[in-house]
Write a protein that binds this ligand. Structure first.
Ligand SMILES: [Zn+2]
Length: 420
């Protein structure tokens, strides 16, 4: 396939930031870490991995940065989210060594008036009050001063911001050193046509790479993400799509990662548009299943690509057609997603490792994973961590989690340590 457009589309996953903001649901720090490891395995460009300002994230963030230095979490970029406020960034940099940022501030009249209640102006209208432009520039400068390597500036509620101000905001961000603008459709208000037009104008006027951050309140998050990316590339810049696993996120959620990747690869109009070629779609099944398990939210049977029924055919005509030639009724193959392996389930005796496990059962569990300990002392140390991990996640540990704890006990301990 020939890609005629020179700019590319990259994926920035925000499950560990926006996804965990889902009401009534969340992830343990060990689960967030596993998510990062799987995102990196999948070849995802960047993970928005947390909130550096939030104290209970500090150990998780620093341990994940260490895992990046050790090579387990590389080459994926780990990026922290913050309000575009100087004091937040300064405080964050005291506790963590985050070098990649997304800095967020509202840009629409609705939010500036409705959230800040007249305390903050938009432009520099008043000498006595801070402005959105001023705060944002100050935040970018502060992050740079603390050694930031990349900065994305988030225009919150961009879709309800007039284009004139949005362009001014993006230009001002670029002038102060921002690397990207995040076009945030906070309420899922855009449609695929409006976001294409607006992002294309923004790209042409400002010439800065653009992130698409779309919410699913109208069921259009994936559609708006890909047309927004098209707008950025037609406007002459790279596009970065923000996604979450299984579309988790506030209210109706964010753009589902697997849907977005498949739409870019398989839909009729994207041949000329080049997706980051490091992405391994084959990992989709594994990561979607893990996200479902960790959040405790089942995957809907009709979920794109990873739902139980995504490749099920029952009606006579469809079943017959799919058996004769899968292309009759299947747009893509289940093998491409890493599906199709039979799953084995123990139906007899089962020894699991949990918060009250003893050494014998524990060795049995690890033996099956082909992990050996050099002596009883090492085994006892890991067993202790496994017990804590089970207290921490409150569900049976997965094989991947057990392996991680055995291979990286020091970081696992740090990740699970939360000291109020
Ligand atoms: Zn969001």
């Amino acid at each position: 396939m020939e890609h005629k457009k020179k700019n590319k589309i990259y994926i920035i996953d925000v499950t560990n930031r926006d996804g965990v903001q889902t009401a009534k649901l969340g992830l343990a720090k060990l689960e967030k870490t596993m998510m990062n490891i799987m995102l990196n395995d999948m070849g995802i460009y960047q993970s928005e991995f947390g909130f550096p300002l939030t104290k209970h994230e500090t150990n998780y963030i620093n341990a994940n940065l260490e895992l990046a230095d050790l090579g387990l979490l590389s080459p994926m970029i780990l990026e922290g989210w913050s309000r575009a406020m100087r004091k937040d960034i300064e405080e964050s940099c005291k506790n963590t060594n985050v070098k990649h940022w997304n800095l967020s501030i509202s840009t629409s009249r609705q939010m500036i008036d409705g959230k800040f209640g007249g305390r903050i102006t938009r432009d520099f209208e008043s000498k006595d009050k801070p402005s959105v432009l001023g705060l944002m520039a100050d935040a970018v400068k502060t992050a740079k001063k603390h050694g930031a390597l990349t900065i994305g500036v988030n225009a919150e509620d961009a879709s309800r911001t007039d284009m004139e101000f949005l362009i001014k905001f993006a230009k001002y961000a670029r002038e102060h050193g921002a690397d990207r603008i995040r076009y945030c459709d906070t309420l899922g208000y855009d449609d695929p046509f409006s976001i294409y037009e607006r992002v294309k104008i923004l790209a042409e006027e400002v010439k800065i790479p653009i992130e698409l951050h779309c919410h699913n309140d109208l069921g259009l998050a994936a559609a708006c993400s890909i047309t927004g990316a098209k707008g950025a590339i037609d406007g002459g810049v790279d596009a970065y799509i923000n996604t979450t696993l299984n579309g988790m996120g506030e209210r109706a959620g964010n753009a589902d990662m697997v849907s977005v990747i498949l739409a870019l690869k398989k839909s009729s109009g994207f041949d000329e548009y080049k997706l980051d070629d490091r992405i391994k779609l084959k990992k989709a099944w594994r990561i979607a299943k893990y996200a479902s398990y960790a959040f405790g939210v089942p995957i809907p049977v009709n979920q794109v690509a990873v739902g139980e029924n995504a490749f099920a055919h029952e009606s006579g005509i469809h079943a017959d057609g799919a058996l004769k030639d899968r292309r009759n009724y299947e747009l893509y193959d289940f093998e491409e997603l890493g599906r199709g392996e039979p799953e084995t389930i123990d139906t007899g005796r089962k020894i699991t490792a949990g918060e009250y496990s003893g050494i014998k059962g524990f060795r049995n569990v690890y033996g099956k994973l082909e992990i050996e300990f050099k002596d009883d002392k090492e085994a006892a140390k890991v067993l202790d961590l496994v017990r804590y991990a089970n207290v921490h996640t409150q569900k049976p540990l997965t094989n991947d989690e057990l392996k991680f704890i055995a291979h990286y006990p020091k970081q696992a301990k740090q990740i699970m340590t939360v000291t109020p």
